[in-house]
Design a protein around this ligand. Structure first.
Ligand SMILES: *[C@@H]1O[C@H](CO)[C@@H](O)[C@H](O)[C@H]1NC(C)=O
Ligand SMILES: *[C@@H]1O[C@H](CO)[C@@H](O)[C@H](O)[C@H]1NC(C)=O
Ligand SMILES: *[C@@H]1O[C@H](CO)[C@@H](O)[C@H](O)[C@H]1NC(C)=O
Ligand SMILES: *[C@@H]1O[C@H](CO)[C@@H](O)[C@H](O)[C@H]1NC(C)=O
Ligand SMILES: *[C@@H]1O[C@H](CO)[C@@H](O)[C@H](O)[C@H]1NC(C)=O
Ligand SMILES: *[C@@H]1O[C@H](CO)[C@@H](O)[C@H](O)[C@H]1NC(C)=O
Length: 930
């Protein structure tokens, strides 16, 4: 203890000497006064902003040169407020980056136009609105202008045409409107930005024609993104002059006319003209041999034979021409293009015989030819992936090998499961707006490697990609999680200097195309900061430190109070119309409007459905703060009344446990009842053990999953108030997160038991076939032990990977019989154990105890079954003896004594097994399955 204090004091002294002696740089008083004004209007600033001298005291995010502030970078600091017009007094500012501060908003002050030295201005993914000020055109040295993902309205100011040095112009994902300005019409215009390599203007409301004068041969443009606007008229001929172009996205506009010649654009990698009203001949793309992605779908091209040039585009990865009025036969060599992944030519008039040949490239995963005129198919033995032929004459011929391709096809989502755990990961999304592929599996590891290498040079970290998917715009979202190494948090300086992947220094592999990065809010630790501040203040020593600590504590308390206040979302309960009574008292859950959820799920598009059942569907949604959620939308009439719904969410919102799926909020509006849960990325336990998700679980993971879910259920039984009986424990209700931590889901229809202990309640029998407690079925008396029975079945699934009931087989019975055959040696079980466990050549330490435990859970008589709490304890014990890390932080109050139920030796447990009653087979009868 004393040594510790001494060494701290010594360190303190050293810091005093190193910081204070050379630290005589004072900030220019004008800049100090501006920063103080900004500070007054911004919340959540770094703690270092408390000191008096921004340059000398090294305020985080501030860089100075000759006493003047030259950089102001507060990327992802959770800043809240608006930008004061006084910012225009920081006249030496060279870089300004306030990106990923979702609570930073308001309009942009015109005084930004005074910052004439600015080289880069980034305000990505904040909440700015209003018009983009004209005066930004005065920033003559600007090279990088990114205002994307805000809520700007109005036109693009023509004055931006004065930014002759701009290489990057990103105004995407706003609400901008009006025509694109050009000098011929507006005095100044985008046509003058001859150095610009990036026009990212997608996802706005631009109207009018794309001006002919926008493009010229002396431009340097590489990425042209104009998709998702309301542009009309023809594609200008001049586009064919810009030979530097590699990406063109004009899809989802209202373009008409025929496609001009673009045969000189030989560098083009990506061309998407889909969902317009283009007419004329399908364009001649003979010379575009670099093309990786081509999409011409849903236009009104004249009917034509399958174009001959398709055979020349050897680099194609994705070919999509839906509704293209194509007839004739596809060239066979298309299917041997070395990198081909996806061909979608559905809804054309392709006819004759379809033959992919024998040299089919291995990366090809989808060929969709639905709704064509194909009369016969020659099958190649080498192709095993998706081939969709529904809606062709060939499907009306009864023929064994064809019929499989004539059904609806459901595609599996690729899952990756890199283990990467830490308590305070920094996470965010890289959004790629024109990826050169449609199947990421070949590319994702390269990206992970590339990101790792880039960041490693700056800060020790452990980076992994958690999840990735294509949204309905075919933008590719990659969720990265970055764990600090050697510290528990990233500090603010590291976030600003290292983790801002919008920096011009970061180059993802070329196939990823244009991108932007948006980070999730991150709260850096403030612990230890006051200590450093104390030093920097000038070693007025510990008194100052204490004062600051005091201030900090008060600030923290105030913030906590403020947050508490903000989390009371029920002001509008009564106004929801259909509900009566008091607003539910929620802790943590939030009310969502129907419109919010509609936006977050892209109008409840089918592509976002991640599950469905009798109750309705579950959608994946993305909240504005880029948080993924699972939205359970009840079918009309499938839910109980308003009052019950209210009681239920009230109770659910109080249940917080790391092994239970958390309720984020709900929506009760327009006759809709929706529950919003946290999104759990690795899907259900059932999918994992059945192999459907491509994940393989080893023995230690299975034990951990059993422990986690038992812990979650024990919490519901013993610690929720009132106690909760789940009533539908099964492997599809256990979800696995990115670290394979199991979370029990769907206790939304559970029964709340009103006495303080779990007694029994008479209810009509609910549950799922195969998991249902026989005693409960017969007596209709529900107790916590019914969950225990179902959990026992899940444990057997973990060992055998088999569904509880299939054909005439019932897993409980199978296991019992197998065990009886060869007694203690578990030989008879070999055939039942999941081959994945055996193939791994792993010794399954503790399997015998685990099996015994499972069989006790599925005892006929509920009084012989252990409690959830006891089960969790026992699994923990098994794991400990097997030498597996537990890390579960079990906080059980009741101590479990193994003697209570696990005192048996092998012989007594096998005698208990001998009591198999023939009643097991009653399950194959007609149980209610939900
Ligand atoms: C910014 O400059 C203007 C004009 O020079 C002055 O009136 C104003 O007080 C300055 N603002 C701050 C915060 O220093
Ligand atoms: C713009 O940059 C040039 C070259 O670096 C420099 O000479 C000029 O002074 C800068 N202009 C402004 C307004 O900073
Ligand atoms: C393509 O470029 C060549 C030479 O650079 C030029 O002669 C030809 O006219 C161009 N074609 C089109 C369609 O622009
Ligand atoms: C397409 O253009 C190439 C030259 O670029 C030409 O040789 C070919 O005949 C054209 N094809 C069609 C169908 O017009
Ligand atoms: C198969 O296709 C590849 C790529 O087009 C080609 O290189 C190879 O020679 C072909 N093999 C045969 C046997 O035709
Ligand atoms: C395919 O359809 C086209 C246009 O309808 C027709 O001219 C052609 O003969 C058909 N080919 C075959 C093999 O049926």
């Amino acid at each position: 203890m004393k040594i510790c204090i001494m060494s701290k004091l010594l360190l303190f002294l050293l810091l005093c000497i190193t910081i204070v002696l050379p630290g005589c740089s004072y900030t220019d008083p004008k800049d100090v006064s501006v920063l103080k004004t900004l500070k007054k209007q911004w919340k959540n600033l770094p703690p270092t902003w408390k000191n008096s001298d921004p340059c000398g005291d090294r305020w985080e995010g501030i860089t100075c040169d000759n006493s003047r502030v030259t950089r102001l970078i507060l990327f992802n600091m959770d800043i809240e407020g608006t930008i004061s017009e006084d910012i225009g007094n920081l006249t030496q500012l060279w870089r300004l980056d306030l990106s990923s501060n979702l609570k930073l908003g308001g309009t942009l002050p015109v005084t930004l136009g005074n910052l004439v030295h600015l080289d880069s201005l980034k305000l990505i993914n904040c909440s700015f609105f209003g018009e983009i000020p004209d005066v930004l055109g005065n920033l003559e040295n600007l090279t990088y202008l990114a205002l994307n993902s805000n809520k700007f309205t109005g036109k693009i100011p023509p004055s931006l045409g004065k930014l002759s040095k701009v290489t990057w112009l990103d105004l995407a994902d706003n609400q901008l409107s009006g025509p694109l300005p050009v000098s011929a019409n507006d005095g100044w215009g985008l046509d003058q930005l001859l150095k610009a390599k990036h026009f990212h203007l997608n996802q706005n409301y631009f109207t009018g024609e794309i001006p002919e004068s926008l493009f010229s041969a002396n431009m340097a443009l590489r990425h042209l993104l104009l998709d998702r606007n309301q542009l009309e008229g023809p594609i200008p001929n001049s586009i064919g002059l810009v030979q530097t172009l590699t990406v063109i996205r004009l899809d989802n506009n209202r373009l008409t006319g025929s496609v001009p010649s673009i045969s000189n654009l030989t560098k083009l990698d990506f061309l998407n003209l889909a969902n317009n009203s283009l007419i004329g001949r399908i364009p001649n793309l003979t010379s575009l041999t670099n093309l990786n992605v081509l999409d011409l779908s849903n236009n009104q091209f004249y009917p034509s034979e399958v174009p001959a040039w398709l055979s020349d585009l050897q680099n194609l990865r994705t070919l999509i021409i839906e509704s293209g009025q194509l007839y004739g036969q596809l060239p066979q060599n298309l299917f041997s293009f070395p990198e081909l992944q996806e061909v979608r030519l559905n809804n054309n008039s392709l006819n004759g015989t379809f033959d992919m040949g024998n040299n089919i490239t291995s990366s090809l995963h989808t060929v969709n030819l639905e709704l064509n005129n194909i009369a016969s198919v020659t099958f190649s033995s080498s192709y095993k992936n998706n081939l969709m032929l529904k809606g062709n004459p060939v499907c009306s011929i009864p023929h064994l090998s064809t019929t499989a391709y004539c059904k609806d096809v459901f595609q599996q989502k690729a899952a990756i499961g890199t283990l990467n755990t830490c308590n305070h990961p920094f996470s965010g999304f890289l959004v790629f707006r024109a990826p050169y592929f449609s199947d990421a599996s070949d590319h994702i590891t390269k990206l992970e490697q590339n990101l790792t290498n880039t960041l490693k040079a700056c800060v020790p970290n452990n980076l992994s990609i958690q999840d990735y998917y294509f949204d309905s715009n075919t933008y590719f979202w990659v969720h990265v999680k970055i764990c600090p190494i050697g510290q528990s948090y990233f500090n603010r300086t590291e976030i600003i200097n290292c983790l801002d992947l919008n920096s011009q220094g970061y180059n993802p592999p070329r196939v990823y195309g244009p991108y932007y990065f948006t980070a999730s809010p991150y709260r850096s630790s403030s612990i230890g900061k006051p200590y450093i501040i104390g030093v920097a203040v000038g070693c007025a020593v510990l008194a100052a430190l204490l004062v600051l600590l005091g201030v900090y504590a008060v600030w923290q308390k105030k913030r906590a109070q403020r947050e508490k206040h903000m989390n009371d979302p029920f002001a509008s309960w009564g106004s929801m119309g259909e509900e009566s009574g008091e607003a539910p008292k929620l802790s943590g859950a939030k009310v969502f409007t129907y419109d919010e959820l509609k936006i977050s799920t892209n109008n409840f598009k089918e592509i976002n459905v991640i599950g469905s059942g009798g109750y309705g569907k579950v959608y994946r949604g993305m909240l504005p703060e880029k948080k993924l959620v699972a939205i359970k939308r009840s079918k009309e009439g499938s839910m109980q009344g308003g009052l019950e719904f209210k009681t239920e969410i009230e109770l659910l919102s109080r249940v917080h446990h790391k092994n239970l799926v958390g309720l984020v909020g709900f929506c009760l509006e327009k006759g809709e009842r929706m529950l919003i849960y946290e999104y759990i990325c690795n899907g259900t336990l059932r999918d994992c053990i059945s192999g459907a998700s491509g994940i393989q679980l080893d023995w230690s993971k299975r034990l951990k999953i059993a422990l986690d879910s038992a812990t979650g259920l024990a919490y519901l039984h013993d610690h929720a108030n009132p106690p909760i009986i789940h009533r539908d424990v099964k492997s599809t209700n256990i979800l696995l997160d990115e670290n394979f931590t199991a979370k029990v889901a769907d206790f939304g229809l559970s029964l709340f038991v009103s006495d303080s202990e779990i007694g029994h309640v008479t209810t009509h029998v609910k549950g799922t076939l195969g998991y249902l407690d026989p005693e409960y079925y017969m007596t209709q008396q529900l107790t916590g032990k019914s969950d225990v029975y179902s959990f026992g079945v899940v444990m057997l699934e973990l060992i055998t990977a088999q569904p509880p009931i299939s054909e005439k087989m019932f897993i409980v019975k199978e296991v019992r019989i197998a065990l009886d055959k060869q007694d203690k040696q578990y030989q008879g079980l070999k055939d039942l154990i999941d081959p994945i466990l055996i193939n791994k050549n792993e010794i399954l330490v503790g399997l015998d105890r685990f099996l015994d435990l499972a069989l006790q859970c599925v005892e006929e008589e509920s009084s012989k079954r252990p409690t959830m709490n006891e089960i969790a304890k026992e699994i923990e014990d098994i794991m400990r003896i097997a030498g597996f890390k537990i890390n579960s932080g079990l906080g059980f109050q009741k101590r479990f004594h193994p003697a209570q139920f696990y005192s048996m030796d092998a012989s007594s447990s096998s005698s208990s097994r001998a009591n198999i009653s023939s009643s097991d087979f009653r399950y194959s009868g007609g149980f209610p399955s939900q």
